[in-house]
Each structure stands twice: as C-alpha cells, then as structure tokens.
Design a protein around this ligand. Structure first.
Ligand SMILES: Nc1ccn([C@@H]2O[C@H](COP(=O)(O)O)[C@@H](O)[C@H]2O)c(=O)n1
Ligand SMILES: C[C@@]1(CO)OP(=O)(O)OP(=O)(O)OC[C@H]1O
Length: 157
C-alpha cells in the first residue's frame, strides 16, 4: 500500500468557467489556470503521483507546454490513472476537501464523485469529497481563490 497527499490553489476571476471535480458549476466567476484549473482534480492527481513517488503535476504536465493549454483536467487524470495502472496499483480510497467560501458545492458533490470514480475505475464509495468555507477568513474566505486538498491510498494488484 502507498499513501499520497495533494494540495492546489487557483485564483477566482471573472470571465472563466468554474470547473471543479470535472463538473461545470454555474457561477459568476471561474478559476484561472493554464489548464481548465480544476483545483480538486489537480489535488487528487498530486496525491496519486505522490503515492507513486512520481513528483507532481507540474513535472508531468508543464504549464509552459501548449499541449496542456486549456486542457480538460479529467484527461490529465486519465493519464495519471494509466500511469498508476501500469505500475500495478489501484485506488483504495481518496478523501478530499474543497475550500471555498462560495458557491455551495454540496449540490455538485455526487456528480463529482461519479465522474472521478469513472475515470479512476473504482467504486463511488472509494471517492469522498467534502467542502468547507473558512468562515470568511484568508484568501478563500475573501473569495480570491479556491483551494483543495486530497489524500489517497493506493493498493498493489
Ligand atoms: N463552498 C462550500 C462550503 C461548504 N459547503 C457545505 O456547507 C457545510 C458547512 O460549511 P462550513 O464551512 O460552515 O463548516 C459543509 O460541511 C459543506 O457540507 C458547501 O457545500 N460548499
Ligand atoms: C495543470 C497545469 C498544466 O496545464 O496547469 P494549471 O492549470 O496552471 O495548474 P497548476 O495546478 O498551476 O499546475 C499544473 C500545470 O502544469
């Protein structure tokens, strides 16, 4: 078994789609990034890469490469999954938190779990996603950005 941790932050700006956990959320602002800036998927990928001892997403998908400009982070997650699968590991479970003052994530959590479980070829029960505000404290609380943290457990086939 191997464990990993991931953390990511993206800035909230106008005129960008808000995509979190592979789900487009109707909101007045979106996250800025080289990719679609899906902060939850980035944290999950980093946790898996970390568990495998393979560095982080910046190493695998550099933000200097045109190849990854505006890319759907679910496509990157599929690449990370293939890498894990090739090394004979599968997902034990993932637990993650989205830190956002707004909007409410609760209505979208089940869809996120479904999408992530689908790409990672695991059961929805193995993917837990939580959300919290910071009671208006810090950059998330001031709605300047959204952060996410994830931990994963990988199991040997
Ligand atoms: N962006 C968010 C933040 C929170 N939630 C849900 O609300 C609950 C209470 O949040 P607190 O920060 O006040 O503890 C939290 O447990 C989440 O279920 C949310 O959906 N979206
Ligand atoms: C995903 C990548 C690549 O498109 O771009 P961003 O969306 O900027 O995300 P970040 O979490 O800053 O780092 C990984 C990047 O290389």
């Amino acid at each position: 078994m191997k464990i990993g941790i991931g953390y990511d932050v993206h800035k909230l700006v106008e005129d960008r789609d808000l995509i979190i956990g592979g789900v487009k959320i109707d909101y007045s602002k979106g996250l800025l990034g080289h990719s679609d800036a899906d902060v939850l998927i980035h944290a999950i990928m980093d946790s898996i890469l970390g568990a495998l001892g393979l560095g982080d997403i910046g190493k695998h998908f550099p933000d200097t490469s045109e190849e990854f400009k505006d890319i759907d982070s679910m496509d990157l997650l599929k690449t990370v999954y293939n890498n894990m699968n090739d090394r004979n590991y599968y997902i034990g479970n993932i637990d993650a938190v989205i830190v956002a003052q707004r909007p409410k994530m609760a209505p979208f959590i089940e869809k996120m779990r479904e999408r992530i479980a689908g790409v990672l070829n695991t059961s929805i029960e193995n993917i837990n996603i939580k959300a919290t505000t910071t009671e208006k404290l810090g950059f998330e609380g001031r709605e300047e950005g959204i952060s996410s943290q994830a931990v994963c457990l990988l199991i040997n086939k």
